[in-house]
Design a protein around this ligand. Structure first.
Ligand SMILES: [Zn+2]
Length: 437
């Protein structure tokens, strides 16, 4: 029993995958049978600016061994993608596998009130599989929206090879202050679930950090603002949730425990407080003041802009009586362009789950390019830059020796037309083929 668990844990092979090669349990067994090759018409390695033509990736077990010009003459196990462009497995740094789209408050309330956490977890396993099949071999899942620590179990099931899915970093319950996060608007005598852990005070924040990390959180997620309105001067204003003192305590406690903080901050004060408190990533950042753009660039605080979800929910939320969501798109574009020019590190994140998982999150690429990134920059935001945000630069985000063999491929040239990334037709995770053209 113990032996079996060890082997499964070591390799985390998804059982569903068609293994390219037999994976051996012992590194010393790594012989010819454990070696495979992927022949690519072109390679974007996640780091260099240009594509390299006609490349062969040598894979031993679950890792990339070498990148070659051609396969050895006696090579067996060659996957021929000579008509395709290969890239590192994509990374989405802002997802919600426990959520099925919430354009309106009613959509959200319905999920928390009528679906048990167990049922939501079953749906999450389907979403994890979808993410992987779209080409996202790694995700950072930024809170379960009322489903407790279910993300820790989804991650565990993937790592143990029980279900297919991407490599995951998870943030469990997230935090917000009393009166700020749905479900809201119910009578005081009606107890309703909350989408977050409700936390007040600096000590309350520290305790919640300790608790969430104890139960498996890789990241701490905070909601730093709410209630958005456009001021007369065009600045997107908000109501900050946590005080600066509370945020600083949460960040300090998280960093003390060698973890990182992601802050949902969409507007002026939420972003400013988060930057001052020293968070590691700003999520959404629809409006960021010039002063905070400078601080983010100087301190290496990541910006995860999640553009597509804004466009996706804007019309629905406007129809439900919140036209601010439509105006926010123009403000967001201006912010994105200023952040890009100001040298802020930008990581690809989509908020998938905020929109239905049947929609491919890779649509985000086209928005990033429309708003001023080159396709190459947009791709790097979802590969090497995203890996840096996750602290996994030594494992994923590039195609080079020593990294996991997480490889995707598309027909066509993503540097000419980034939308081809919405049609990934080859996915390999850790040396195992998930999907073939
Ligand atoms: Zn989100």
């Amino acid at each position: 029993m113990e032996q079996r668990r060890q082997v499964v844990g070591l390799f985390a092979i998804a059982c569903f995958a068609l293994p390219v090669v037999a994976q051996s349990a012992n590194k010393n067994d790594a012989g010819a049978a454990n070696v495979s090759y992927v022949r690519c018409g072109a390679l974007l390695d996640g780091k260099s600016e240009r594509a390299r033509a006609n490349v062969v990736i040598e894979i031993v077990g679950e890792k990339i061994e070498k990148v070659l010009d051609r396969a050895p003459a006696d090579a067996a196990n060659v996957i021929d993608l000579s008509g395709e462009t290969c890239l590192p497995g994509l990374i989405d740094t802002h997802t919600h596998v426990l959520l099925q789209g919430d354009i309106t408050a009613a959509d959200y309330d319905e999920q928390l009130l009528k679906q048990s956490p167990e049922y939501r977890t079953i749906l999450a396993t389907v979403n994890a599989r979808r993410a992987l099949e779209y080409g996202f071999t790694t995700i950072r899942d930024l809170e379960t929206e009322g489903a407790g620590y279910a993300d820790v179990d989804v991650k565990k099931a993937i790592n143990n090879g029980v279900i297919p899915g991407p490599r995951m970093q998870v943030s469990t319950r997230a935090m917000d202050v009393t009166g700020s996060y749905p479900l809201l608007g119910y009578a005081p005598n009606v107890p309703v679930p909350h989408g977050v852990q409700v936390v007040d005070g600096a000590d309350g924040g520290r305790k919640a950090v300790r608790e969430q990390i104890m139960y498996g959180a890789d990241w701490i997620k905070v909601y730093s603002d709410r209630s958005y309105r456009v001021r007369e001067d065009g600045v997107l204003d908000d109501i900050p949730t946590f005080t600066l003192e509370e945020l600083k305590a949460i960040v300090d406690e998280t960093h003390r425990e060698r973890h990182k903080v992601a802050s949902h901050a969409m507007a002026l004060q939420g972003v400013h407080n988060s930057v001052e408190a020293g968070v590691d990533s700003i999520e959404h950042g629809n409006y960021i003041a010039d002063e905070d753009v400078k601080t983010m660039a100087a301190r290496g605080i990541f910006y995860v802009p999640t553009i597509f979800v804004g466009a996706y929910v804007a019309e629905g939320r406007a129809a439900a009586g919140a036209p601010v969501w439509v105006k926010m798109m123009a403000i967001h574009e201006d912010t994105f362009r200023r952040a890009l020019k100001g040298g802020v590190k930008i990581a690809f994140g989509t908020d998938a789950g905020g929109f239905a998982w049947t929609v491919n999150p890779a649509k985000e690429f086209s928005y990033m390019v429309k708003w001023g990134m080159t396709p190459e920059q947009a791709i790097r935001s979802a590969t090497s830059s995203a890996a840096e945000l996750l602290g996994w630069s030594d494992q994923v985000g590039a195609i080079e020796a020593g990294k996991f063999a997480d490889i995707v491929a598309v027909a066509g040239d993503p540097l000419k037309d980034v939308t081809v990334l919405e049609k990934v037709d080859f996915v390999m995770k850790g040396g195992s083929v998930v999907r073939r053209p």
